[in-house]
Design a protein around this ligand. Structure first.
Ligand code: FMN
Length: 190
């Protein structure tokens, strides 16, 4: 048996970013975590995370190109430069919890299995936790984290970070093998 602390933020959002990074680092320093994966659209949260984690243990996941406008890239060039200079791996890839189904739901106004999984995670546990799960699988499929090692995933609601958890990742084709092992911090109001 093990007792652990979970920090609950009053509300979701970017204002929690520094605290999330601090709490995640505290957990990372226990020494049993492989990598830290950070969701960062513009690169802002990722650049902040550089002050907390060793560069060779950090992976950044950004939006796929065209997430908003066709072809547009959200990651700011100045942030990409900072991250690349530090040797950080940046993953820009299709989002596994929307994928091609987003085209179906946009065109036909329905909802399909993958987006049901996403919405269930969002509604029950918040946007941050849903994104932590998603980026863990994306990194696992890119070979950037191992399915045999626990990681810390950090994500937020729209921007910044408000959630961190310890996850044992899985590949997309074994999604239900993924385990959320610990919640480090999460907003109370979702
Ligand atoms: C692959 C991916 C999926 C995301 N999905 C969601 C989501 O479903 N809901 C949400 O509020 N934010 C979502 N985000 C946003 C992140 O959780 C995070 O708040 C944001 O990327 C931080 O960006 P910033 O560094 O530019 O502030 C997603 C980000 C990525 C990279």
């Amino acid at each position: 048996m093990q007792e652990r602390k979970i920090v609950y933020f009053d509300s979701p959002g970017k204002q929690n970013t520094e605290n999330v990074l601090m709490l995640a680092k505290k957990r990372f320093d226990e020494g049993d975590i492989g990598k830290v994966v950070v969701a960062s659209a513009t690169g802002e949260t990722a650049v902040k995370a550089l002050n907390f984690f060793p560069a060779d243990r950090m992976v950044v996941v950004t939006y796929h190109a065209g997430f908003d406008e066709p072809g547009a890239i959200e990651l700011k060039e100045e942030n990409r430069k900072i991250l690349e200079e530090r040797g950080i791996k940046i993953l820009m890839a299709s989002h596994i919890l929307s994928g091609i189904e987003r085209s179906l739901s946009s065109r036909f106004s329905g909802i399909y299995p993958v987006e049901i999984i996403a919405e269930t995670l969002r509604s029950l546990f918040g946007h941050g936790l849903k994104t932590c799960v998603e980026i863990s699988v994306m990194c696992c499929d890119a070979g950037l984290v191992s399915p045999f090692e626990d990681i810390i995933a950090i994500a937020g609601t729209g921007d910044g970070a408000d959630t961190a958890c310890v996850i044992r990742p899985a590949n997309m084709n074994r999604f239900f093998s993924l385990k959320i092992k610990e919640i480090i911090c999460i907003p109370k109001r979702r």
